[in-house]
Design a protein around this ligand. Structure first.
Ligand SMILES: Cc1nn(C)c(C)c1CC(=O)Nc1ccccn1
Length: 333
């Protein structure tokens, strides 16, 4: 009954959290973006163009690498980024837990979002294996491969603002949260199948003084690979109605406000409880260096088709991805 933990740390502006994994024999250490919103483990290849400045994976120097003949993959993310390539199996160790024949998807094409992000070598998909893109045969995620060896078939994400966080596999660290863990069952309808999806049946805007509450039910996904909190227009409008300087800017592609604005907290319901995202987490960054206008951490999900509880919301909680019980848990910390 194995358990493991691995540290994760945010890049500037909490844009993404980078976590190191080991691939191959001898081990090649790769900084990766753990993504609970997708299900492909892919890495930049040593011979892939556009990878200068990146740490890359070289299957040729790994004695345990085996090409998966005829297998290919291609993935595109909602922000327009994409990658594609071929497939190997190799040893993949995360937090002292080892999968001996993990499908390692090697990128031979990369969009500019990835070639320009020298902090990372690839993604570790932690959503359901049903949405893995490998053809002709979809491959299992690393979590699905390790799951049967774990004390409990679950993992937790503990992302933190401005300090190191952790991903734990097989156990819940009782010292990592306060109060109760509130659970919501996964949503299985077609749009959300394959994701860590849940229904939040209400929200409130405001700090101790004035709070406005809404009963809009939000169905969304817990997605560590997405930076922002992306919710329905009605919820977003209700939030920024409490920020006097806020405007929905065509030019900036979302809500901006004065950087010195005092932002209200945002609370969303989960099961019998709720999670509060502190106002300061909802000021993402200045729209450009030195500007006095700041871009909101809460933005509209219009055009996406689903709501996304990204890093802005996740870093306010300990989040339990409970495969064994098909549910998602959220706890304050
Ligand atoms: C679905 C979606 N629509 N829009 C506008 C955004 C930003 C998303 C989320 C998204 O793209 N997440 C992502 C990107 C790269 C790697 C992993 N996850």
């Amino acid at each position: 009954d194995e358990q493991g933990t691995v540290a994760t740390a945010a890049t500037t502006e909490d844009t993404e959290w980078i976590t190191s994994i080991s691939v191959g024999t001898p081990a090649q250490t790769l900084p990766m973006d753990f993504d609970t919103g997708s299900s492909d483990l892919w890495v930049m290849g040593a011979s892939t163009s556009g990878t200068s400045g990146h740490t890359t994976y070289n299957a040729n120097t790994s004695t345990s690498a085996e090409a998966m003949s005829g297998a290919t993959w291609t993935i595109s993310y909602g922000d327009g980024s994409s990658s594609s390539g071929d497939v190997y199996t190799d040893v993949v160790t995360i937090g002292n837990l080892t999968v001996s024949q993990q499908a390692v998807e090697v990128a031979t094409t990369l969009s500019s979002e990835f070639t320009s992000d020298t902090a990372l070598s690839g993604l570790v998909g932690l959503a359901m294996s049903s949405i893995n893109t490998v053809k002709p045969t979809a491959q299992q995620t690393w979590f699905d491969n390790i799951k049967s060896n774990l004390a409990s078939p679950l993992f937790t994400a503990d992302l933190k603002h401005g300090e190191q966080g952790s991903y734990n596999f097989g156990y819940i660290d009782s010292s990592a949260y306060t109060g109760s863990i509130y659970y919501a069952d996964l949503v299985t309808s077609s749009t959300y199948a394959g994701f860590w999806s849940f229904v939040s049946n209400g929200y409130s805007v405001g700090s101790n003084t004035t709070t406005t509450t809404g009963s809009t039910a939000v169905t969304g996904i817990a997605d560590t690979g997405t930076t922002l909190l992306m919710l329905p227009d009605a919820v977003v409008a209700a939030y920024y109605a409490e920020v006097s300087s806020a405007v929905d800017s065509e030019q900036e592609g979302g809500y901006i406000f004065s950087c010195d604005a005092t932002l209200p907290d945002f609370t969303f319901n989960v099961g019998e409880g709720s999670i509060t995202v502190p106002g300061e987490y909802l000021n993402f960054e200045a729209i450009s260096t030195g500007s006095s206008s700041c871009y909101g951490g809460l933005q509209s999900d219009s055009g996406i088709g689903i709501s996304i509880f990204g890093d802005v919301a996740l870093k306010a909680a300990l989040v339990v991805f409970d495969s064994g019980n098909s549910r998602l848990g959220w706890a304050a910390k």
